[in-house]
Design a protein around this ligand. Structure first.
Ligand code: AMP
Length: 302
C-alpha cells in the first residue's frame, strides 16, 4: 500500500540574502513526496494545480516514482503561488504574497485505490480539508500531520478536531508555543499530546528536533552546515524523510521512531543546500545513509 501525501503544490518566488528565484517548484506535498521517495514507493499525492503548471515539474515527480493519480489539474485555472523573503537570520522569513488560486476551492478526492492507505501525511492545509481527507480513508494506522501559525490562529477548533485523529504532529517551536499558550516546550509538549497525538515532534531549525512520547524525550541535533541556501521546505522534507523511513520499515517502536527523526533531519539538511526542490532531486539512498551515519558520529559519546 502506498504512502499517501496530501497538501499544497505550487510555485514559489524565493529571495534570500544570496540569491533570488522566481516560479520555482514548491508546496508542502512536493517536498514531502520527494523526500519520502528515496525510502519507499509508491508515494501517492493528492493535490490541485492549474493547467499553467509546468509539465517539467510533473515529469520530475514521475521520475521519482510519485503517483499523480490524485493530482487534479483545473483547466483554465491558475496554480497556487507563494512568495517569501529571508532575512540574514535565515530563521526569519517574511511572506511576500500568498495567491491561493485553484487551491482556494480545493476539494481533495482520494483515489479509490488509496482509501485503504495505512500511512498518511497531512501536509500544511486547512484543518477542515485535513478532516475531509481522514473521512475518506478506511482505517489509517499511522497519520502524520503538519500545520502552521496561520491555521492555529484562525481555525484552532477544527485543528483540535484533527489532532484527536493523528498519531504524530510535527510543528516548530513557535507553533508549539502558540498552540499550547505555554512558553516552556516540555510543558507545551505535554499539553499538545493530551489533545491527541501519541507522538509530538518539535523542530527547532538549526538547533535540531525533539521527539516527545510517553515519559520519554529524544533530542536530535541539526546537521552543522556552513552553506544554507534556501530553508524553504525544510520542515516538509523532514516530514517526508521521517514518514518515508517508517513506511519502508513498517515498525513503529520508539527506537525506530528515533531513527526516523534522524532521517527526517538528514532530508531537511539536503533540502536547504540548494534552492527550491533542487537539493532533493538528485540524491541516492547511499548519500542519505552516509549522512545518517555522520549524524550518529555527532551525537556519540561515552
Ligand atoms: P515550509 O518551508 O516547510 O514551511 O514549506 C514551504 C512550502 O509551503 C512552500 O513551498 C510554499 O509553497 C508552501 N506554502 C506556503 N504557504 C502556504 C499555505 N498557506 N498553505 C499551504 N502551503 C503553503
Amino acid at each position: 500500500m502506498s504512502l499517501l501525501v496530501v497538501g499544497s503544490i505550487g510555485t514559489d518566488d524565493i529571495e534570500t540574502p544570496f540569491d533570488k528565484i522566481n516560479d520555482a517548484l514548491g508546496g508542502s506535498t512536493t517536498y514531502i513526496s520527494l523526500a519520502a521517495s528515496y525510502f519507499t514507493a509508491p508515494v501517492s499525492i493528492v493535490g490541485v494545480v492549474g493547467d499553467d503548471f509546468n509539465k517539467e515539474y510533473i515529469k520530475m515527480l514521475e521520475e521519482h516514482n510519485v503517483d499523480l493519480e490524485g493530482l487534479q489539474i483545473v483547466e483554465g485555472g491558475k496554480t497556487f503561488r507563494y512568495g517569501c523573503k529571508y532575512q540574514y537570520d535565515l530563521n526569519v522569513r517574511d511572506t511576500l504574497f500568498t495567491e491561493l488560486n485553484v487551491f482556494e476551492h480545493f476539494n481533495p478526492v482520494i483515489p479509490d485505490k488509496e482509501r485503504k492507505s495505512s500511512f498518511v501525511v497531512l501536509g500544511n492545509i486547512a484543518p477542515a480539508l485535513q478532516i475531509n481527507v481522514l473521512n475518506q480513508l478506511y482505517n489509517p494506522k499511522f497519520v502524520v500531520c503538519d500545520t502552521m501559525n496561520f491555521w492555529i490562529e484562525r481555525t484552532k477548533e477544527e485543528l483540535i478536531e484533527v489532532l484527536k485523529r493523528v498519531n504524530v504532529l510535527i510543528i516548530n517551536d513557535s507553533e508549539a508555543r502558540l498552540l499550547s499558550q505555554e512558553p516552556n516546550l516540555i510543558k507545551a509538549a505535554r499539553m499538545i499530546r493530551e489533545l491527541g497525538p501519541e507522538y509530538l515532534i518539535i523542530k527547532k531549525g538549526e538547533h535540531g528536533a525533539m521527539l516527545f512520547a510517553d515519559n520519554t524525550i529524544f533530542s536530535a541535533p541539526a546537521y552543522p552546515m556552513e552553506n544554507i541556501f534556501d530553508p524553504t521546505g525544510a520542515g516538509d522534507a523532514f516530514a517526508g524523510g521521517f514518514t518515508g523511513y517508517l513506511h519502508k520499515n513498517q515498525t513503529l517502536d520508539f527506537e525506530n521512531m528515533k531513527r526516523a527523526v534522524v532521517y527526517g533531519s538528514v532530508m531537511a539538511s539536503f533540502c536547504v543546500e540548494k534552492f527550491s526542490t533542487k537539493g532533493l532531486e538528485d540524491l541516492s539512498y547511499l548519500r542519505i545513509h552516509d549522512r545518517f551515519l555522520e549524524f550518529r558520529e555527532l551525537t556519540k559519546f561515552n
